[in-house]
Design a protein around this ligand. Sequence first.
Ligand SMILES: CCCCCCCCCCCCCCCC(=O)SCCNC(=O)CCNC(=O)[C@H](O)C(C)(C)COP(=O)(O)OP(=O)(O)OC[C@H]1O[C@@H](n2cnc3c(N)ncnc32)[C@H](O)[C@@H]1OP(=O)(O)O
Ligand SMILES: CCCCCCCC/C=C\CCCCCCCC(=O)OC[C@@H](O)COP(=O)(O)O
Length: 267
Amino acid sequence: MWLLVICLVAFPLLYEWSITFKYFCKMAFYNGWILTLAILAIPICAVRGRNVENMKVLRFMLLHIKYLYGIKIEVRGWENFNIKEPYVVVSNHQSSLDLLGMMEILPGRCVPIAKRELMYAGTAGLACWLAGVIFINRKKTDDAISVMSEAAETMLKEDVRVWVFPEGTRNHSGSLLPFKRGAFHLAVQAQVPVIPVVMSSYKDFYSKKDRKFATGKCTVRILPGVPTLGLSPDDVPDLTDRVRGLMLDAFSQMSTERPGKEPGGIH
Ligand SMILES: CCCCCCCCCCCCCCCC(=O)SCCNC(=O)CCNC(=O)[C@H](O)C(C)(C)COP(=O)(O)OP(=O)(O)OC[C@H]1O[C@@H](n2cnc3c(N)ncnc32)[C@H](O)[C@@H]1OP(=O)(O)O
Ligand SMILES: CCCCCCCC/C=C\CCCCCCCC(=O)OC[C@@H](O)COP(=O)(O)O
């Protein structure tokens, strides 16, 4: 009798622990593997010095990780990236796994804006610096704004695209946080389009809260560009709300699709 009670209690606990253990191992390997790949990337990138072209090196070195983790990434809307001029990409930010979706579609000469702390993440920080990642100090708004104004000039002078996570922090709530305005000021200053990118919720295979990390599928949708030609700083709040609305619609639509099914119908 007691044995039965012990088994009934122990098995679910062991099962829970094994899921949690797997989560921690997979996350540790994810970070460790990126730090290791960065060791290989640094000398290759250092040959060119700090240069946005080095982002290609990081991209090709990271592309295989989705296979290691059994994450299938489906991309929709590639054609919306077919713009020769620079643009600002804005995307939702659920977790550090976003790096996989980002690398899957990262356009040429495109650099992300990242929090300054990432620069100190050992080898990964150095690799990011060599690839031209733009670092901002989120605690000093004025500093961050001046770095982003410089970025607007660089975009035009050096034909560079910029990727921003306008939520400003990771968010796994199943919706979108209010957007920070920096990305939209940047696009208006440079008078370039904003291209929204939406990554579907990871909830089916990944949850930091539940310590779950299984295999699964993620859809990445590139939405049509939103032009900013002729807009002024006064139009930024409206532009921000409009783009957030478009992304929220796409995110909600993607969340109601069953994994592996195309939208728009029962199959
Ligand atoms: C092989 C080896 C691999 C190694 C490894 C590879 C990895 C290679 C990939 C790395 C990938 C990294 C991925 C990292 C991902 C993150 O680190 S996410 C975190 C960093 N990103 C962000 O924070 C997003 C950008 N942030 C912003 O845009 C924010 O607006 C700012 C600029 C930080 C300011 O923040 P804030 O003060 O909290 O908020 P906000 O309300 O937006 O602004 C305050 C006021 O300033 C105004 N303002 C904002 N910006 C501007 C501006 N530019 N001009 C004028 N006014 C402005 C606003 O309009 C607002 O004024 P009001 O409208 O209220 O009057
Ligand atoms: C010798 C020092 C060693 C430091 C080890 C640090 C381990 C880091 C290892 C690998 C870095 C992987 C690069 C992942 C890039 C994704 C970055 C990311 O997702 O940043 C979070 C940021 O958007 C928002 O931060 P918060 O949610 O506000 O917090």
